[in-house]
Design a protein around this ligand. Sequence first.
Ligand code: SF4
Length: 431
Amino acid sequence: MTLRFYGVEDLEKLPQLKVLSESYRVAMKAVAQVLPFRTNSYVIENLIDWDNIPEDPIFRLTFPQPEMLAPQLLSKIIWLLENNSPKAHIQEIASHIRSTLNPHPAGQVEYNIPTLDGQRVPGIQHKYPETVLIFPTAGQTCHAYCTFCFRWSQFVGSDSFKFATRESGTFQAYLQNHKQVTDVLITGGDPMVMQARHLALYIEPLLNKEFEHIQTIRIGTKSVAYYPNRFVDEQDSDDILRLFEKVIAQGKHLAIMAHYDHWKEIEPEIAQQAIKRIRNTGAEIRTQAPLLRTINDNPEVWQRMWNSQVRLGCIPYYMFVQRDTGASRHFEIPLVRAWEIYQAAIQKVSGLARTARGPVMSALPGKIVVDGVAKVGDEKVFVLSFLQGRNPDWCRRPFFAKFDENATWLSDLKPGFGEKEFFYELMACNG
Ligand code: SF4
């Protein structure tokens, strides 16, 4: 199929949107001035139930929603649009609003950019000792944009916001200098927007002898949901699969980190065909998604999604907590509710689907999972632990935070049992 993309200018033209009120449509257009909007013909024709908008989860996942901006900001942009303000002025205001939306959560700019020979290496993040993230320049976009996206700042066209590099050579030099790295995660945007021959430029060198220390190559992608044809009937679909086979033939592990937010994305026949074709190469598919208010904040959605994934041979991996960025005010869920949803879903699936870990915050000190809520003596606490820490020694040490029914992120939490700091803050202070 030929994929067609839709952007902000199409919000006025799409006939399917005419069932929404005029004010809803104007508000969507206003939100799209600030946060990036892009969807495609596959999503429109196969994933959205147009008889159920605006409630349809995939509609909410891909089309701008009025509640994504604070009411006073939304009114301001609507006023500017209705009064035909110059485009440049609207963009200036939009850009200011964006800068207030925490465009780089978890200290991505300050903490995760590594250096090589004293120079910063753009296009790479190295947060945990064994894993390096690579952001190929050509993969800094997606087949459609998710409304909640924490990487939204990469799509709005300001170079200072981009983590990218044009040179796979730089990545190789960095990896050659870091023999402790075993895992490379190629991510974006979505690297699967790249042509097979471009993707090969990043992957094939890692199959050479000097990269024996790289055991696993992961590819983070939403294309399995937003454009499964990518693996089935595009011009270079077979080349992609041959590339995957090459990785496996070299004795490396290839994991497709597939992003599915809802079971609706996995049910079309073409989506299942894509999974089958990927798995036939020897690659494994691990699945992950954040928990999102109005999209998948219901245990039954996760239960059905995880069950479908296991049936198709995928491995449920993470249920994330929505990050503190972009339109998070609209999508976030209190941590206690997130844990309740996880717990209610995981208890109803078989052991094979209980590989899903959650709810997990990918925060500045590391990946922290909410293990539960407990009462010890008179104090109600969250029980938490690290799945990954900036300091590997933090991994799986339980710690406690005062229970707070409104807390939605790590920064809202205070240490439990009268402690002044969390243990990892103390360890960080003590070097
Ligand atoms: S696919 Fe991933 S990177 Fe792309 S918009 Fe969605 S969440 Fe963001």
